[in-house]
Design a protein around this ligand. Structure first.
Ligand code: DAH
Length: 342
């Protein structure tokens, strides 16, 4: 027995020393071969039966010594391998923090949103509050209360989407005027931005676009106040040299009504392709609030007067950024949108 146990010990020592069992898997296999059920050490135990009785205690001691030694030797080797494998894993997964980062391009603010924000900033700086009305609107707010009764020819100015019954997709943010004046009494200074809808589609018209309505009502408001505020808007939105020009026009909800032009920033008023040679670009409609509109909202037109204006945001964006076709604003081609904002 002594020789046999010694032989196994030597065998194992050689296996460990020769750099064998480079992986935990190899080590586990070797362990099975020696300490497993049918393994060499277990086989030796089975052979105890043939050992003469008087030698048995000695053989048993040798055998259990061998088993204890082998278990310890395997455990030590196992621990050693685990440490080496962990070190290799850590080394292979090392992160190089000096590597250049992957660059993800963020989105950019849509030009119409840029214009809306800029307008809100300009007008809130002049004391305007923001009011946002509903996009699905009653005929009353979109037309009737604005002095456009049913069957009035002025309805043809706006090709409206009717939703059913008295409801429609608002064709102008002017509806916001009525909603504000119903709730609030003068002094009123409000700005109402939002989407509007019309059955219209070509290079300069889109079935959905954005407007911003302005309304000021107080005692003694005149067309001069309107001109002053719009002059300031033109200078802040475009350049300090930008001028405004009022031309007589017609809107049912204002009297008198004006069409407002800005001097062309491209040619400085000399006339070019953008302003079609006139030196002026039409940007918005405005006027003194019609007495009937004030009356409809329970405001006495003999005490109060007001002005209103309606700006098309796409129109401002197209002028400001030199965009020739309104549809570019809604195609959402990132190569186009990327050019604006940050
Ligand atoms: N709502 C008009 C439109 O969509 C624009 C407008 C003109 C608004 C004159 C006004 C205004 O408030 O006074 O064409």
């Amino acid at each position: 027995m002594k020789e046999k146990t010694q032989a196994i010990k030597t065998e194992l020592e050689q296996r460990f020393a020769a750099g064998g069992c480079a992986t935990s898997k190899e080590l586990a296999e070797l362990k099975m071969q020696y300490l497993g059920k049918g393994g060499k050490i277990s086989e030796l135990s089975k052979g105890m039966r043939e050992v003469p009785a008087e030698q048995r205690p000695e053989a048993g001691r040798l055998l259990s010594e061998l088993r204890a030694w082998a278990e310890e030797a395997f455990a030590a080797r196992e621990a050693e391998l685990k440490r080496a494998e962990l070190a290799a894993k850590v080394a292979s997964e090392r992160i190089d923090v000096t590597m250049p980062a992957k660059y993800f391009r963020g989105g950019s603010v849509h030009p119409v949103t840029l214009v809306r924000r800029e307008l809100e900033e300009i007008f809130s700086g002049m004391g305007f509050h923001i009011y946002e009305g509903p996009e699905i609107e009653r005929d009353y707010y979109n037309f009737q209360a604005l002095n456009i009764p049913a069957d009035h020819p002025a309805r043809d100015m706006q090709d409206t989407f009717f939703v059913g019954g008295e409801f429609l997709l608002r064709s102008q943010t002017s509806s916001g005027q009525i909603r504000v004046m119903e709730k609030q009494k003068p002094p009123i200074k409000v700005l109402s931005p939002g989407r509007v809808y019309r059955s219209d589609s070509d290079a300069t018209h889109s079935p959905m676009f954005h407007q911003m309505e302005g309304l000021v009502v107080d005692k003694g408001i005149t067309l001069c106040d309107l001109k002053g505020i719009l002059d300031e808007f033109a200078r802040r939105m475009f350049t300090a040299e930008t001028k405004t020009r009022f031309r007589p026009s017609y809107f049912p909800f204002t009297e008198p009504s004006v069409e407002v032009d800005l001097s062309c920033k491209n040619c400085g008023g000399k006339g070019c392709r953008i302003c079609k040679g006139t030196g002026w670009i039409e940007v918005l409609g405005a006027g003194i609030v019609n007495r009937r509109v004030l009356e409809n909202c329970g405001i006495d037109p003999d005490v109060y007067t007001g002005f209103a204006f309606g700006i098309g945001l796409e129109r401002i964006a197209m002028i400001k950024y030199g965009i020739g076709d309104i549809r570019l604003l809604f195609e959402n081609d990132v190569r186009f949108l990327r050019q604006f904002g940050d």
